[in-house]
Design a protein around this ligand. Structure first.
Ligand code: ADP
Length: 189
C-alpha cells in the first residue's frame, strides 16, 4: 500500500501503527534520506541540499533508492510506502517496479489535514525534534510543493479505484482506528 498526505498529516506516526498491525514493513523515503544525511553518505549529501530547502530530491536519486529497498526480502510479502511516490513520474516508476516483481498495489490511503493544522503541528515538532526542514518558510514551501506535485496523485489513484481517504484531524488513536476501519476491506487487519 501507499500512504499519501501533506507534511504534518501524521503519515510517519500512522505508518508505524499500520506496519505493526498488518505485519508489513513501513518504508519511509524521508527517514531513509535523513538517516543517510546524518551518516553523511554520498546519498545523504545529495539529498540534504534539497530537503533543507523543502524541495523534492531528484527522481534519479529517489527511484534508485526505492527500487533497492523494495528488493529486500522483508518487502516480498507486502509493504507500506510512506512518502513515495510523490510525483507523477514516480507513480510510473513504481508501476514498472511492481510489474517486474509481479506485485500490485491493493490500496492508496490518503490522510487529509488542512494547511493551518499541519503548519501548527510542524512548528510544534520543530521545537521537539530539531528537523532542519521544520522552519516556517521551509514548511510553507513543502506545502506548496505537495499541493503542486503530490496532491494530484490522489485523483490519479482514485481513477484506478485504489484511493481511500481518512481524516487526519483528531486524537492519534482515533485516527488509527479510522484508518483500520477504512483498510478492513483490503487487508486482514
Ligand atoms: P514530510 O512528508 O513531513 O515533508 P518526509 O520525511 O516524508 O517529510 O520527507 C522529507 C523530505 O525528503 C522531503 O521534503 C523531500 O525533500 C525528501 N523526499 C522524501 N520522499 C521523497 C520523494 N519520494 N521524492 C523526492 N523527495 C523526497
Amino acid at each position: 500500500m501507499v500512504l499519501l498526505g501533506p507534511p504534518g498529516a501524521g503519515k510517519g506516526t500512522q505508518a508505524a501503527r499500520i506496519s505493526e498491525r498488518l505485519s508489513i514493513p513501513a518504508i519511509s523515503t524521508g527517514d531513509i534520506f535523513r538517516a543517510n544525511a546524518s551518516g553523511a553518505t554520498e546519498l545523504g549529501k545529495q539529498a540534504k541540499q534539497y530537503m533543507d530547502k523543502g524541495e523534492y530530491v531528484p527522481d534519479s536519486v529517489t527511484n534508485a533508492m526505492v527500487k533497492e529497498r523494495l528488493a529486500a526480502a522483508d518487502a516480498a510479502q507486502g509493504f507500506l510506502l510512506d512518502g513515495y511516490p510523490r510525483t507523477e513520474s514516480q507513480v510510473h516508476e513504481l508501476d514498472a517496479m511492481l510489474a517486474e516483481t509481479g506485485l500490485a498495489l491493493d490500496v492508496v490511503l490518503e490522510i487529509t489535514a488542512d494547511a493551518e493544522a499541519v503548519v501548527a503541528r510542524l512548528l510544534k515538532r520543530a521545537t521537539e525534534q530539531n528537523r532542519a526542514d521544520d522552519t516556517e518558510p521551509v514548511i510553507r514551501r513543502r506545502l506548496e510543493v505537495y499541493a503542486e506535485q503530490t496532491e494530484p496523485l490522489a485523483s490519479l489513484y482514485g481513477s484506478r479505484g485504489l484511493l481511500v481517504r481518512v481524516d487526519g484531524i483528531g486524537d492519534v488513536d482515533e485516527v488509527t482506528e479510522r484508518i483500520m476501519t477504512a483498510l478492513a476491506p483490503y487487508a486482514a487487519v
